[in-house]
Design a protein around this ligand. Structure first.
Ligand code: AMP
Length: 283
C-alpha cells in the first residue's frame, strides 16, 4: 500500500459520462494520464509530470478490451481499483475516470482509428489490431476529457509515437508528452505484467535491459552499424526475442545512423510478453 499523506485531497471518481462532465465542469487546463490500472512507480512518474503541467489532472482507469487479442491476458489482467485510486490521490490526481466497458463502447459504437502502417509493425505484428484498439480508446478519452496535454510512458514507445501521430493527424488539440521509463534496481522496466513472472523468469527478464544497455554502450563508443549493434544485444539474450530492432527515434522509421535512434525489444518469458527499449546516444 502506498503511504497516504494526511494532506492528500480526495479525487472525484467518475464512472459515467455525466459524472465525468460534472467533475470537469468549471476547471481550467487538464492533463490526462490514461492507464489500465495495477499502478506502479512508472504510473506515478506520469501522474507527477501531469501534475506539473496543468491545474487539473485526470487519470483514466480502464482495461480496454479492444487492445487485447484473443488468447491474450484481458481476463486475468490485474485489477485493484481501491489501491489505484489511493495512488492517484497520493500523486494529486483530481479526477479518476473509471468507466465500464458499456460506457466506453455503448451500443452502436462503430468508428475505429486506424494508426496506419506503423500499427502493423513491431508490437503490431505480434498483436494484430492492438494499436487500432489503443488509438481508438485514446481518441475517445481525448474527446471525453478534452485535455490540453496527455502523458504516456516511453516504456511503450511505439504506443507513444502512434498516439502522438493520431493527435497530430486528427488535430485533436492535445500535446502528447513522453515520460522516461522507470526501472527496478535490477534494470527491469516496471510493468503491471511483471507480477506474472516467477522468480526464475524475473531473473531471466533482466537480460532484456542488459542487452539493450550493451548495444547502447557500443553506440556511445561510436558504433553505427545497425546489424552489429543488434547482434551485440542479441548475443546477451538467453532466449529468442520476438523482435529486436533499431529504428529512427522520431517516428520509428528505418534506422539511419545520421538520426537519433532507439533500440526496441519484445520477448515472451514463460507466458508473459515483455517489451522494453532504450534510446541510443552519443557518449
Ligand atoms: P498501462 O497501465 O500499462 O496501460 O500504462 C499506462 C501508462 O503508463 C502508459 O503510458 C505506459 O507507457 C506508462 N508506463 C507503464 N510502465 C511504465 C514505466 N515503467 N515507466 C514509465 N511509464 C510507464
Amino acid at each position: 500500500m502506498p503511504t497516504r499523506s494526511p494532506s492528500r485531497t480526495r479525487a472525484a471518481v467518475a464512472r459515467s459520462l455525466p459524472d465525468l462532465a460534472a467533475a470537469l465542469a468549471g476547471r481550467g487546463d487538464v492533463a490526462l494520464v490514461p492507464t489500465m490500472g495495477a499502478l506502479h512507480d512508472g504510473h506515478r512518474a506520469l501522474l507527477r509530470a501531469a501534475r506539473a503541467a496543468a491545474p487539473t489532472v485526470v487519470m483514466s482507469l480502464f482495461v480496454n478490451p479492444a487492445q487485447f487479442g484473443p488468447g491474450e491476458d484481458f481476463a486475468r489482467y490485474p485489477r485493484d481499483e481501491g489501491a489505484d485510486v489511493a495512488i492517484a490521490e497520493d500523486e494529486g490526481a483530481d479526477v479518476v475516470f473509471a468507466p465500464d466497458v458499456a460506457t466506453m463502447y455503448p451500443p452502436g459504437f462503430a468508428t475505429t482509428v486506424d494508426p496506419g502502417p506503423l500499427g502493423d509493425q513491431l508490437e503490431g505484428q505480434a498483436r494484430p489490431g492492438h494499436f487500432r484498439g489503443v488509438a481508438t480508446v485514446v481518441t475517445r478519452l481525448f474527446g471525453l476529457v478534452r485535455p490540453q496535454s496527455a502523458f504516456f510512458g516511453d516504456k511503450d514507445y511505439q504506443q507513444l509515437i502512434i498516439v502522438r501521430s493520431a493527435a497530430r493527424d486528427l488535430a485533436l488539440g492535445v500535446e502528447v508528452a513522453g515520460v522516461p521509463t522507470v526501472r527496478d534496481a535490477d534494470g527491469l522496466a516496471l510493468s503491471s505484467r511483471n507480477r506474472y513472472l516467477s522468480p526464475a523468469e524475473r531473473e531471466q527478464a533482466t537480460a532484456l535491459p542488459a542487452a539493450l544497455m550493451t548495444a547502447g554502450e557500443l553506440y556511445a563508443a561510436g558504433e553505427r552499424d545497425g546489424s552489429r549493434l543488434t547482434a551485440a544485444a542479441r548475443a546477451r539474450l538467453p532466449f529468442e526475442p520476438d523482435y529486436l530492432e533499431l529504428r529512427r527515434r522520431a517516428d520509428l522509421g528505418a534506422y539511419d545512423p545520421a538520426d537519433p535512434a532507439i533500440l526496441l525489444v519484445a520477448a515472451r518469458i514463460g507466458t508473459t510478453r515483455l517489451i522494453d527499449n532504450i534510446p541510443v546516444e552519443d557518449a
